[in-house]
Design a protein around this ligand. Sequence first.
Ligand SMILES: Cc1cc2nc3c(=O)[nH]c(=O)nc-3n(C[C@H](O)[C@H](O)[C@H](O)COP(=O)(O)OP(=O)(O)OC[C@H]3O[C@@H](n4cnc5c(N)ncnc54)[C@H](O)[C@@H]3O)c2cc1C
Length: 378
Amino acid sequence: MNSFTSPLDSSELRELGSVVAKYAQERASRHADDEIEYRRADFEDMAKLGLSGMSLPEKFGGTDFDALSIATALFEISRAEMGPAIYLSVHLMVCKLISSWIEDETHLALLQDMAAGKKLGAFALTEASAGSDASALKTSAISQGDAYLLNGEKIYITSSGQADVYLVFARTSDEGKRGISAFIVPATSEGISFGAKEGKMGCEGSPIASVLFENCRVPQSAMLGKAGDGYKIALSGLNGGRVNIAAAACGVSAHALELATSYAQERKQFGKPISDFQGLQFMLADMAIRLRASIELTRNAAALLDHGTSSNGPASIAKCFATDSAMAITTDAVQIFGGAGYLRDYPVEGLMRDAKMLQIVEGTNQIQRLVISRELLK
Ligand SMILES: Cc1cc2nc3c(=O)[nH]c(=O)nc-3n(C[C@H](O)[C@H](O)[C@H](O)COP(=O)(O)OP(=O)(O)OC[C@H]3O[C@@H](n4cnc5c(N)ncnc54)[C@H](O)[C@@H]3O)c2cc1C
């Protein structure tokens, strides 16, 4: 019921799912629920399994997994604990964008380090006045001699302060979307600094913070693609990122359904397990229906990406449905736990707080609905 892979999948895909599940469950069991935090060692452990290089071709040291395999791995990581699935998903998107847009072997060493888990990547697009409308960004990149000088502030950046390399979107001219360029900025660059970790509702294992650029100096070779390619570069990563978030949503939903099912069988009221009451049986059935539909939409969107679809619809539909379902499923899990569900001592309220984030990141679900309706109406 809760498996991401199907019996029809290749044995390699099912093997990947079970290897990642074993690792992720073992890691999660090492930490109490109130000890969830970002740990660099987790990223290094995931790298030992080849997960940090999943989106990179072998020539860059990666394992060159297709979208369905990546989604399978992220599902299993998130089923145990969502945080590592989120920052790994961002890292994989940054790897993919850099490797797809470099024109020669520049940054080869960087990509090899990212594949090996020696360097963690972050994606720095959002600003105070540029969230859903990313094209409104103001961070500037002025060409000066053999360098660019970056000035501005990014907010809500996953892994800010922890990551070693930032894919930064900045304005090289005033020409709207065409004035945005992308830069590969190491954490050690002169003029870059990081805000304090934000206190957020959930997903403690994946920290966010601001990134500040004050005359941050990077060489001309730090530009990815050409001047003005930045917006296209950012958009080109979105479908993959959305499928990955959908997979993480399926993972947290599967976790919540597992916990709710066992609790319903153990907890007794009116002299019998609460799972004997049809009202709860129907809730569990509805949770299972939403989860199965989320998994199938996510698998379908991943498979279409692997077949080179140019449509944005399937990834947006999967992201929207799977993350709205994760919110509904985790909320129902809290309900099935009753008063215990509302307590920090039990794990389900944390899953509900984690799930909320997924409706906001990689384009809010309102933006996904815009993308879907645009495809319908064009
Ligand atoms: C935990 C977390 C991690 C994040 N990680 C990163 C990261 O690594 N890198 C990065 O660059 N950003 C990151 N973000 C930022 C995230 O991408 C933005 O928060 C998101 O895109 C929404 O932007 P906003 O917060 O400015 O909301 P706004 O754009 O201000 O939206 C506010 C509300 O208005 C709605 N809305 C906006 N425009 C429309 C419209 N046209 N039609 C209908 N409704 C609309 C939105 O759906 C939302 O409900 C992260 C955010 C969080 C919370």
